[in-house]
Design a protein around this ligand. Sequence first.
Ligand code: ADP
Length: 193
Amino acid sequence: MVNIILFGPPGSGKGTQAKKLVEKYNLLHISTGDLFRYEMGNNTPLGKEAKSYIDKGELVPDSVTVGMLRNKVEANPDVAGYIFDGFPRTIPQSEALDELLAEKDQEVHRLLMLDVPDDEIVQRILERGKTSGRKDDLNETIIRNRIEVYKNETTPVYDFYQEQGKSVTINGVGSIEEIFDRLCQEIGQLAQT
Ligand code: ADP
C-alpha cells in the first residue's frame, strides 16, 4: 500500500492533483472537505454542525472530523492505498490517523506539501469562488482567516511528519501538469522502495 497525505494551504491545488494521482496510482482519494460538503448538501446532523464552522473559515472540531474520517477508511479496506486531502489538519488528527493506520498494520508513507505564496492563494480561491458555489470561497476576510488557521493549527502537522522523516515540500506554482510531474517523481520513488 502507498498512503499519502496531500498537504498545503487552502487553494494550493490539492483537490486538482489528487484527482489526477488517483487515476494514475489507483488510490482512494479521501477529502474531508468533500465529505463535509456532501453532508451539508444532504442537511444531515453532521452537515449542520460542520456548516457552522466552515462558513466562518474555522476548523470543524477534531472529534467530529476524526470520526467521519475513520468511517470512510473503514468502509474501504481493500484499496491500493489512500490519498488524504485536507486531513490531518491538527496534531490530534495526525495522532488519530497514525493510530488508525497502525491498527491496520499500515502507516503514512509521505506527506507532500504544495507550497504556494499567500497572495496567489487568495487570488486562486476568489477565482474558484465564482463557480464553486462555496460560501467560504467568496469573501477575502474568510479566506485570509482560513490561511491564518492553516498557519497556526495546520503547519505543525508538517513538522510532526518531518520528525518521522516523511515530509517533502513541492513547488506548487506552475502548470497543473508540471506540479503533477513533481508529485509523481516523489510517489514513483516510493513505489520502487
Ligand atoms: P480548502 O480548499 O480550504 O483546503 P477543504 O475543502 O479542504 O478546503 O475544506 C473546507 C473546510 O472544511 C475547511 O475550511 C474546514 O472548515 C473544514 N475542514 C476540512 N477538513 C477539515 C479537517 N481535517 N479538520 C477540521 N476541519 C476541516
